[in-house]
Design a protein around this ligand. Structure first.
Ligand SMILES: [Zn+2]
Length: 213
């Protein structure tokens, strides 16, 4: 499955004559880093009205998929937000249709997310970039303190607001062992809200082991 372009009329916000244009309807961010960069920069599916010269985002629906980050995002047009519930239902239905075919092939075992408009997708991607950067710092600080590092399952980490990498003890066995390792790295002077949150959750009574990648 590759990134896919579609052709559909674009409607200028200034109510000019609609014009046919190609836009991306499926983005394989893991295969096409240029498209990921475009989404991060807000240029994905940006079109220019030939009549008045205005730039705007094509309203075509889009699926944004990044296997490595475990992100399957349905991007709906911004002005469809009022139909949110209906669209979410459709997303669930579409998801169930592809779940047993495409998703098995791609090993997708995490739920999709939905966003409205390419600006919202951009925000989500920037947020994920920030988490990835903080996770790198956690990994480096953990290694410096002599800890081994494990990678959490990305969709699990995102759902729980955990970092992508966490330190582990040599004989790490329980959730609390994760909390102890995290606590030691935090005590070395690392400032990380993600790791602090992870430590707090792992030290709770009855905490489950984190899901590893
Ligand atoms: Zn126009």
């Amino acid at each position: 499955m590759k990134s896919i372009r579609n052709e559909a009329p674009a409607c200028c916000p200034n109510k000019c004559e609609p014009f046919d244009v190609e836009y991306w309807s499926l983005v394989r961010a893991d295969q096409d880093p240029d498209l990921k960069d475009a989404a991060l920069g807000g240029e994905l599916n940006l079109v220019r009205c030939p009549e008045c010269g205005t730039y705007f985002h094509h309203k075509g629906e889009l699926i944004y998929f990044d296997a490595q980050a475990e992100l399957l995002a349905f991007v709906f047009a911004k002005d469809t937000q009022r139909k949110e519930q209906q669209l979410r239902q459709r997303m669930e239905r579409d998801y169930n249709v592809i779940k047993n075919t495409l998703l098995v092939q791609l090993k997708i075992d995490y739920p999709p997310v939905s966003v409205f408009g390419l600006d919202e997708l951009k925000e989500l991607l920037h947020h994920m970039e920030k988490i990835a950067a903080e996770s790198e710092v956690i990994a480096a600080a953990s290694a410096q303190e002599g800890f081994h590092i494990v990678r959490l399952k990305p969709s699990y980490a995102r759902e729980h607001h955990f970092p992508l990498y966490v330190p582990v003890l040599a004989n790490n066995q329980t959730a609390n062992d994760y909390a102890v390792a995290a606590s030691k790295v935090l005590k070395s002077g690392l400032k990380s809200k993600l790791l602090l949150h992870f430590k707090d959750k792992m030290s709770q009574e009855g905490a489950l082991l984190p899901e590893l990648a």
